[in-house]
Write a protein that binds this ligand. Sequence first.
Ligand code: PLP
Ligand code: COI
Length: 339
Amino acid sequence: MLNNTDYKNLGFECRETHANYISYFKDGSWDQGTLKKDSCLTISAFSTCLHYGQEAFEGLKAYRRKDGKIQLFRPNDNAKRMQRSCKRLLMPEVSIEKFIDACEQVVKANEDLVPPYGTGATLYLRPFIIGVGDNLGVRPAKEYIFSVICSPVGSYFKGGLAPNNFMITTNDRAAPNGTGSYKVGGNYAASLWSHHIAKENGYADCIYLDPLTHTKIDEVGAANFFGITKDNKFITPKSSSILESITRKSLMHLAEKELGMEVIEGEVFVDKLDMFTEAGACGTAAVISPIGRIDYEDKKYTFYSETEVGPVTRKLYDMLTGIQYGDVEGPVGWVHLIK
Ligand code: PLP
Ligand code: COI
């Protein structure tokens, strides 16, 4: 355990850990992989990841349960999503077994750094794959590194369950038929400018519109959007340029099966935001962050409250985190206990 750590107020930053995992792909296959102590990599300055963004990553968390055991949430889905990203960037896939084994090794090596139950903090795992080796032309690398690094983290958005305000940007993070639905580094480089402008103007982050028509909500920074209507529907954008969030998929299931809500994946027109009584951002890092207000041009859309989480968002948060921390039994296959 980290000494004198205020886990309840831990931000989303890197902290020193004991070990991380690394595996090399050379001559057409992955090596067995190993744990190493420092988080530095030695790679060729000609690596495709440095110049052409040949990089994909994932994010998942290790949760400390009340009984002291540690569990992961839906790691198979992260592994599959990384395979899909690798295909898109012509990188070799990592098998689901290798992905989960690497995550398990990292959690076990940093067991004492998984924050205590009840603090809301977790050990964030960041699996990633990069093209390395000498290469000058724009083409896929011949060699790759797959690594899993980690850090104890708290809330991604300030205040945890306290609502945040967002502004809508007309800059795009991804193109209509581009890589928006893949978890690849280039999308995040493209988002830095709009994020910066939003922060400069006092917002937690920006909300992206669909890049083709700029009329519909796409994503909330590095999280998906959902809204709750007056007649108790859970609505979330259907778009080919957003990342298919594992958290959102889980919330859709819980809203329908546990809360009996009608769940709609559809178009969320930005000029119809007043149909929502509650709205939120969801993701692994964000968990659920209630949206207090969205500003778009000269309009301001306020949801449940700018200071308090709404009742449906609260219920969804309690159910989701209940499963993630092992207090509530979730659907079969959602939880992966570290043995
Ligand atoms: N959208 C983007 C752009 C993200 O980076 C993330 C984070 O992973 C999400 C949405 C949420 O996805 P997930 O719930 O799988 O973490
Ligand atoms: C996650 O939620 O795991 C993410 O990857 C978001 C991140 C870019 C901070």
